[in-house]
Design a protein around this ligand. Structure first.
Ligand SMILES: Nc1nc2c(ncn2[C@@H]2O[C@H](COP(=O)(O)OP(=O)(O)OP(=O)(O)O)[C@@H](O)[C@H]2O)c(=O)[nH]1
Length: 606
């Protein structure tokens, strides 16, 4: 195989979430006749994981090669790298972008430019990509093309004459888009005869084949039989197989400069591979590696415990397996008096946490409990020691703490001007300080805020969406650390502290938070034979309290004399419920209660 690199185009689609990337990718693949459009086409073929499909979001980047014959008869090879749209996964976007020469910047014709449209465009510009603006969903009655063209010119500073109008749904305009791709996106440069420089932009674990390494070849050639060398640690591996992505892996034996493809080298452990590393050949190594990626750092931490402590081993295996395909998931062993042994995990954001939770429950069938998510605080002690604390259980005695710093973000919110009046108080409540307000046009405003990351973890997205009737969009970047007044809030059930429910909170909001948690718990913990006080405390002082009254009647009493099978059913149901209970002191706390507490502060982001 092997094409002249003049006829290769490596590109990605970038967009705000839900603007139609996956749908457009489907049309591309169909148009290229790789898949017959009459066949049973599984929609959104690039989204592999079930959860992605169910939630309609793209998480892991995927690549695919599309053969295309241009209007003038020239044969091209288009490599499309799919990218996720959600802020949690913006590091995946940057991986995809660094393996391309061009990007299609997709804009929903009924929504216009949104926060992640801008953020993604800046990332593409940083990597010197050629950007083609694409207005999607032109079939919608609410499509407003003139306004999108104005935004492309005015907000994005791109040439509106270059914009291509498409409907990813009906396929309209997609032919024109193909032509624009081959016309405007430059072919890759690079010399097959130079020493190999291949950028690892992704890796995937397959239980039969080992680690599948996704590469973009910048210089030189990668061939089966040669010895690959990883430039970060000089580890050497013989290349067993090399090929391209074409609705699966298609072996080609070699990859040339400009190609996007994969190779296998009998690597069993994904942690041997570092995304962003450069692969070269041992026989003729490159002198310098390619500019790599920033290390992605987790920003949200939470502990996972099995509901049944006998499932600990299984949980460990499940997390190990997830980690194989998700290098951004970090974890270590953890233990709690209330919940036993578990794992402290670091995530890229709340959505990432939820995806991991769903995968553990769905793919491994395990019942688990997550503790309240936390950010990482920097605690400076009076004796000069500096601690990184993300787990409330590790928080030191406040008497010994000099000061604490918490992570801040620069948040950009794009909204129709009519909602500004509702959004500003929300941001202020979340301790945000406005640092900018830009009118993008007469109707739309970009608000820029400095805000504590911890506040965004708790119900911010939902509230933002609700006060703006779904119109405001949001993007953020972690900007640094600032001093804060932090306290550890403990939750006591029947006088016993439940360590898994402890949280690190800003002193000013502790009481409100404490009250919410107590209220929630009091509705989730079933009545028992005795009265149960539920309290929130900072140090020795109680800041909130609720009481669960004792139950008086036997729950089955009302079934007496009547339907025996109904009674049995009720008991069965209780037994089932028991399995999902955690004993804390002499109180049974259902798994649901832990989750409910989590949900009161951190509703779903999407
Ligand atoms: N009417 C209409 N709907 C479209 C079009 N393109 C996409 N959609 C719909 O818009 C929604 C979002 O499309 P996706 O392709 O999942 O969006 P995405 O950008 O890939 O979303 P993420 O993967 O979550 O970032 C889906 O319900 C699509 O059916 C279009 O051209 N016209």
């Amino acid at each position: 195989m092997g094409n002249n690199s003049q006829h290769i185009r490596n590109f990605c689609i970038i967009a705000h979430i839900d603007h139609g990337k996956s749908t457009l990718a489907d049309r591309f693949i169909e148009k290229a006749r790789l898949v017959s459009s009459r066949g049973p086409v599984q929609s959104q073929m690039l989204d592999n994981m079930d959860i992605e499909r169910e939630r309609g979001i793209t998480i892991k980047s995927q690549a695919v090669k599309i053969p295309y014959t241009a209007a003038d008869g020239t044969e091209y090879e288009l490599n499309l790298v799919d990218t996720p749209g959600h802020v949690d996964f913006s590091y995946e976007v940057s991986r995809a972008i660094s393996s391309c020469e061009g990007a299609l910047l997709l804009i929903d014709a009924s929504q216009g430019v949104e926060a992640q449209t801008l953020a993604n465009m800046y990332m593409a510009i940083e990597h010197n990509l050629e950007i083609i603006p694409v207005i999607n969903k032109i079939d919608l009655p609410s499509a407003d093309i003139p306004s999108c063209l104005h935004q492309i010119d005015h907000d994005l500073g791109l040439d509106p004459d270059m914009a291509v109008m498409v409907s990813a749904k009906t396929g309209e305009g997609v032919d024109t888009l193909f032509e624009s791709i081959v016309q405007f996106i430059p072919p890759p440069t690079g010399n097959d005869n130079s020493p190999l420089k291949a950028l690892i932009f992704d890796s995937q674990y397959d239980s039969y084949r080992g680690v599948i390494i996704h590469v973009r070849i910048f210089e030189g050639m990668l061939k089966e039989g040669a010895t690959a060398q990883l430039m970060h640690n000089n580890a050497a591996y013989e290349i067993d197989e090399a090929g391209v992505f074409q609705m699966g892996l298609v072996r080609t034996g070699e990859l040339k400069a400009g190609d996007v493809g994969y190779f296998l080298a009998g690597i069993k452990n994904i942690s041997d591979i570092r995304v962003g590393d450069t692969v070269t050949l041992a026989s003729n190594p490159a002198k310098e590696p390619l500019a790599g990626f920033k290390d992605v750092k987790p920003v949200v931490f939470s502990s996972i415990y099995p509901v049944d402590s006998n499932d600990y081993e299984e949980l460990q295996q499940a997390i190990d397996k997830l980690k194989l395909n998700d290098a951004s998931l970090v974890y270590e062993k953890d233990s709690s008096a209330a919940l036993g042994f578990g794992f402290r995990c670091g995530f890229l954001g709340l959505l990432h946490l939820e995806v991991v939770q769903e995968r553990i429950e769905r793919e491994f069938g395990l019942s688990i409990v997550f503790t309240s998510p936390s950010v990482k605080y920097i605690v400076t002690m009076k004796n000069g020691d500096v601690l990184n604390i993300d787990n409330p259980l590790d928080y030191p005695d406040p008497m010994r703490v000099d000061y604490v710093e918490e992570p801040f973000i620069t948040a950009s919110i794009i909204t129709p001007a009519t909602f500004v009046g509702a959004i500003i108080p929300l941001c202020m409540e979340k301790r945000g300080v406005q640092s900018g307000m830009n009118y993008l046009d007469e109707k739309r405003v970009e608000l820029v805020y400095e805000m504590p990351l911890a506040e965004v973890l708790f119900e911010f997205y939902d509230r933002l969406k609700s006060v703006s009737r779904g119109y405001a969009s949001f993007d953020y970047q972690v900007s640094g650390y600032k001093r804060t007044d932090l306290v550890r809030m403990d939750i006591l059930v029947n006088g016993e502290p439940v360590d898994a429910l402890s949280q690190l909170v800003f002193r000013g909001t502790a009481q409100a938070r404490g009250r919410t948690v107590c209220e929630k718990l009091s509705t989730e913990i079933p009545r028992q034979m005795f009265k149960i006080p539920i309290q929130a405390a900072i140090g020795g002082s109680i800041i909130a309290r609720e009481t669960i009254n004792a139950y008086r009647k036997d729950v089955t009493a009302k079934c007496y004399g009547g339907d025996i099978s109904r009674k049995r059913k009720l008991l069965e149901k209780q037994k089932e419920g028991k399995k999902r209970m955690k004993m804390v002191g002499n109180v049974e706390i259902p798994q649901q209660a832990f989750l409910a507490v989590l949900k009161t502060d951190s509703k779903k982001e999407s």
